[in-house]
Write a protein that binds this ligand. Structure first.
Ligand SMILES: Cc1cc2nc3c(=O)[nH]c(=O)nc-3n(C[C@H](O)[C@H](O)[C@H](O)COP(=O)(O)OP(=O)(O)OC[C@H]3O[C@@H](n4cnc5c(N)ncnc54)[C@H](O)[C@@H]3O)c2cc1C
Length: 437
């Protein structure tokens, strides 16, 4: 494709999903794009790599998306990778309480009215309808309200529904999270009915689904992608950025050139004078365990999976309570566990984390605890920013104080939690802002 040089080059720094989303959109419009990335690979906090210990491709962490994530689905369409995600044909979230052994499956209702909360059979065990009604308090939460101010943390619904949901969505200790942000998530998912709540995961991993097709499209459209390029400094003159300094290698910006910084908040704050980004972050810990063979799945797969894409749920998962892990996913013989808001756990040595998560796995899947399978622990210490009311006030818009410099990243003001959907939307918003006068 012919690339127009008259409009200036667009320099995108950071090849996570925010940077990739901006780059593919702008390259599709025929703009000249250069994408710079500090690491040797793209994907940032959402990446796959070959792990020598397990001898297979693994993701840095389990990433769950939903059918409500329309920006992700549009991005995949743009990449012609519409079948890269997989999930059940109907929304279903199986849970297992490791302490009591109790199991249940949460199935949102088809329409906008959550009929499931009216039926004891469909409600979370041990919960009453009044507990769910109290959730409506979130709708009236002010900008400063924490979730703990709105919901009853002693109610059984807290431990069995609210806490796992909030920690998964906001990666923040549940009481501290922003009530308003949680309400926004509920409006976009449960309040729209089952079809918006279907879980989606990358069929063959995050890289093959969300990153590799973007790099292929960028190559096809003549965009430059430069790895191992860490931006150290930006020089400004008046209202414009005039030079990018990549560890001694200077890139002078032409008068029509524009820049998108698609970096994590800490990196952006270090480069942009006066930027007041969200500072506190929380860890997510993942462990991948390679079993000698694929284990039996303890939930009734045939019921949950009837009519699913590809004839069956390729990557079944369950929520866990009463142990260390929050979620357990299964890909063939590889079990992957996630612990969110894991800042305390992340301080512990990896072998202790591995032992705790193996214990959960053996209990959840009914395996011999003395098996000694290879385990890889991945500790993402700054997985997302802490999504508290105070931090949300610090999310910046895509336009910066400099006329040719724009911001993207899951932490910018997308109105969504720091997720893939937010990152993709932020890239889209920066690409749009840059083309407006
Ligand atoms: C373990 C884990 C589990 C998660 N689970 C989920 C989930 O289930 N569902 C979901 O939707 N989201 C999940 N997320 C969040 C999701 O991964 C992020 O929201 C998203 O990937 C952020 O993308 P980004 O482009 O904004 O930032 P990043 O991915 O951080 O991209 C920024 C890029 O900038 C590069 N960079 C940094 N500094 C410089 C510099 N100075 N110069 C050049 N390049 C630089 C980095 O190397 C990186 O590649 C999870 C995150 C983690 C870590």
């Amino acid at each position: 494709m012919a690339v127009s040089g008259d409009e200036g080059r667009i320099h995108i720094v950071g090849a996570g999903l925010a940077g990739l989303s901006a780059a593919v959109r702008l390259a599709a419009q025929g703009r000249a794009v250069t994408l710079y990335e500090a690491a040797a690979q793209a994907g940032g906090r959402c990446r796959s790599f070959h792990d020598a210990r397990l001898d297979c491709l693994i993701d840095n962490g389990n990433h769950l998306m939903m059918t409500a994530n329309t920006a992700v689905l549009d991005y995949l369409d743009l990449l012609q990778a519409g079948d890269a995600l997989t999930g059940p044909a109907q929304a279903a979230f199986p849970f297992l309480d490791l302490e009591s052994g109790q199991r249940w499956t949460l199935k949102p209702s088809a329409g906008r009215i959550p009929w499931w909360v009216l039926s004891r059979k469909h409600r979370v065990p041990g919960t009453r309808i009044t507990s769910y009604l109290k959730g409506l308090r979130l709708a009236f939460a002010g900008a400063d309200a924490r979730i703990g101010d709105c919901l009853d943390t002693n109610d059984p619904l807290w431990r069995r529904f609210w806490e796992p949901l909030i920690v998964a969505v906001l990666n923040t200790p549940a009481e501290e999270g922003s009530a308003r942000l949680l309400w926004q998530v509920l409006r976009l998912t449960f309040a729209r009915g089952e079809a918006a709540c279907r879980p989606l995961v990358a069929r063959h991993g995050l890289g093959p689904a969300l990153v590799d097709p973007a790099l292929a499209i960028l190559a096809d459209r003549g965009a430059e992608v430069r790895f191992n390029q860490r931006l150290r400094r930006i020089d400004f003159t008046g209202e414009r950025a005039v030079q990018l300094d990549f560890a001694g290698q200077a890139v002078a910006l032409g008068s029509a050139d524009q820049v998108i910084l698609a970096l994590p908040p800490q990196a952006a704050e270090g480069l942009l004078p006066g930027l007041d980004a969200p500072r506190e972050s929380h860890a997510i810990v993942n462990a991948h365990i390679r079993l000698p063979q694929a284990p039996d799945w303890p939930f009734e797969r045939d019921k949950v999976e009837r009519g699913q894409i590809g004839g069956g749920q390729e990557v079944p998962f369950m929520g866990l309570l009463g142990g260390t892990a929050d979620w357990l996913f299964l890909r063939g013989s590889v079990v992957s566990l996630t612990v969110s808001a894991a800042t305390a756990l992340a301080q512990r040595p990896n072998d202790e984390i591995a032992a705790a998560l193996w214990s959960d796995t053996a209990r959840a899947l009914g395996l011999d605890p003395s098996l000694n399978p290879p385990i890889r622990v991945i500790n993402e210490k700054r997985a997302t920013f802490a999504q508290t009311p105070a931090a949300l006030r610090r999310r910046p818009a895509p336009r910066s104080a400099w006329r040719n410099l724009f911001l993207a990243g899951d932490w910018t003001a997308t109105g969504l939690p720091a997720t893939i959907e937010s990152a993709v939307r932020s890239g889209e918003a920066a690409a749009k802002a840059l083309t407006l006068p």
